[in-house]
Design a protein around this ligand. Structure first.
Ligand code: ADP
Ligand code: MG
Length: 566
């Protein structure tokens, strides 16, 4: 601390650049303050610091973070805790630009592995961003001293010494339960579980928080699909389980179909208590596929769905700079399969109609030889039979799917009803002139090799890979548009993807390895070294990162405008 005081005294009132001298490690009270990066001026991105506290001071119990799932929840808890304390704590921000600012990467509704807090057997470390105080561009040394030696220690001490232990235990226990449900689903052949009394609708189209008013209908499973799962720390939990295979969600418009599917989509992540979806658990490889016209496609074998395009364009290695609705949806499915998805989630609201259905009358008018598209309805069974890939499909507009579905759930006034039997009777008694066009087999999933030269992030003389919010990554002279990846939920995931692309392209791509193997390697590496290994500032403050799924990462690669497949 003396060292820091002296330095600050020396640079007080000097130009902002002199703050650079502060970089280094200091002992403040009984922890370590690492000043890793100093902002260029008061208006630039804030400075990065880490606060490290040895475990003999905090007295955290090993049991709170020993299990991997608990470790993620534990770190998540303290990131939230710190964010809460910072918010309620007012600091003198009389200064220019970001003077006096303190930030931590605050988690949203999901509990994700992130770099904001790190616990090991030796220590806990908090990764913060701060605005070093200035008046105009002159250093305010005394205020900086206060910030670093009073405010930061106060906030940290408040978090580690006065946190609500019951709240932590509740958080950890919920994680245990979520893990237990995941395991159960996996063991017993289910792809998704929605606990009774879950609150599925959200506050608004742009909010991820639960809708709260007296008109919200809590979820209640139909008895035929209800199961009971034993979970730790409480009575068994009951709710609706969707088995592997093909499931339709039908029902009138505005009766809650898409809301149910959205909750299922997000169930690949664990949610915090009070979210309403904390007991909605979905197979972790479930992937929402939708139409995405305008996207680029690079040599994807979409022939299971699309064949005989005009001018004999090859669909076993299909490329385009500007995909149509149906070709984009076909490519999205094939790429998801390539990346290892075992559950496809599809909503008619975001699908290309001609990709989803082609009824008997249209077949009679436009013969198969004139239609390049084999609709999804004719492939969905083979998908399960050949590849063991299940589908959950929202469809209110076509009864043709009754023939191919295993389970049919009707949403009526936000309540699910099992209508499988009735729908099957209808499909028997109404004669359908429709002919199946999908053939016997689904077809091959070609695994592609990515060429090294796909990755060129140069923009002029400088490399540029930068996340902009949740849905855009600036990559060299192009942007990667992620706005149709509906299961990408946190801007810190987007930042991680940007870093991961850089990391992958520098260290792993070799012109002989197929994409899913490259991605596996990257994730094994992350598993071993921690998420921060992808940061250019590894071993310092790594930036605010959260782990994306392999599926979203792979999807980002597929949306690179410069991607080249061998
Ligand atoms: P659909 O896909 O069947 O047309 P949506 O899922 O889009 O219907 O839901 C329509 C509206 O109903 C949305 O505004 C949604 O927030 C609301 N909603 C959905 N589920 C519930 C529920 N359980 N309780 C109250 N409102 C709900
Ligand atoms: Mg809908």
């Amino acid at each position: 601390m003396e060292k820091l005081r002296k330095k600050l005294h020396k640079i007080d009132n000097r130009g902002y650049k002199a703050y650079k001298d502060l970089e280094g490690t200091y002992k403040v009270e009984n922890f370590f303050l690492h000043i890793d990066h100093i902002q260029a001026d008061p208006f630039a991105n804030p400075s990065r610091i880490r606060v490290e506290i040895p475990n003999h001071i905090t007295k955290f119990e090993k049991d709170w973070y020993k299990l991997k799932s608990r470790k993620i929840a534990f770190e998540d808890f303290f990131a939230r805790e710190l964010a809460k304390i910072i918010k309620s704590y007012s600091i003198n921000k009389n200064g220019s630009g970001k003077s006096g600012l303190i930030l931590i990467d605050k988690p949203g509704q999901e509990i994700l592995p992130r770099t904001a807090v790190k616990i090991t057997d030796q220590k806990i470390e908090f990764r913060l961003s701060i605005g070093l105080p200035a008046r105009g561009r002159k250093i305010l040394g005394n205020q900086a001293l206060k910030l670093l030696c009073d405010h930061i220690p106060y906030i940290i001490k408040k978090a580690i010494f006065t946190f609500d232990k019951n709240a932590l235990l509740k958080h950890l226990k919920l994680t245990d339960q979520q893990e237990a449900i995941r395991k159960y689903l996996d063991e017993y052949g289910y792809i998704c579980f929605i606990g009774n009394n879950s609150i599925l609708p959200r506050k608004s189209g742009i909010s991820n928080k639960p809708l709260k008013n007296n008109q919200v209908i809590p979820f209640k499973s139909p008895s035929s699909l209800e199961i009971e799962i034993p979970i730790p720390h409480s009575q068994p939990i009951r709710g609706m389980a969707i088995p592997k295979g093909i499931t339709l969600i039908v029902g009138g418009g505005y009766h809650g179909k898409s809301t149910l599917l959205k909750a299922i989509e997000r169930g690949v992540y664990n949610h915090i208590s009070g979210d309403g979806r904390e007991y909605v658990i979905t197979n972790p490889t479930a992937f929402k596929v939708r139409a995405e016209d305008g996207r680029r496609i690079e040599k994807v074998n979409i022939s299971p769905f699309i064949n005989r395009l005009p001018f004999d364009k090859d669909t076993t290695r299909f490329s385009t700079e500007d995909a149509s609705g149906s070709t984009s949806q076909a490519a999205n499915i094939i790429e998801a399969l390539e990346a290892g998805s075992k559950v496809l989630l599809i909503d008619e609201d975001t699908s290309a109609t001609n990709f989803m259905i082609r009824d008997g009358r249209m077949q009679a008018l436009v013969g198969k030889e004139k239609e390049p598209i084999t609709p999804f309805i004719d492939k969905v069974k083979q998908l399960y039979k050949d590849l063991r890939v299940s589908t959950i499909l929202v469809i209110g507009g076509s009864g043709d799917y009754f023939d191919v579905a295993d389970n049919i759930i009707m949403m009526h006034e936000y309540k699910p009803k099992d209508v499988t039997k009735k729908a099957k009777e209808i499909s028997k008694s109404f004669k359908n002139i429709r002919i199946a066009e999908g053939g016997e087999k689904f077809g091959e999933i070609t695994k592609r090799i990515i060429k090294q030269q796909s990755f060129n992030a140069y923009r002029g003389r400088k490399e540029k890979v930068d996340a902009k919010g949740l849905t855009t990554i600036v990559y060299g002279t192009n942007n990667i548009d992620l706005s149709f990846l509906e299961q990408l939920v946190d801007p810190s995931q987007t930042r991680a993807i940007a870093n991961m692309i850089k990391y992958l392209s520098k260290k792993l791509v070799d012109d002989t390895t197929i994409l899913p193997i490259l991605i596996d390697k990257l994730y094994e590496h992350i598993e071993e070294k921690g998420l921060e290994v992808i940061s250019p500032y590894y071993k310092k403050h790594p930036g605010d990162l959260a782990l994306p799924r392999k599926l979203e990462f792979s999807a980002a690669i597929n949306r690179l405008r410069t991607l080249q497949v061998k």
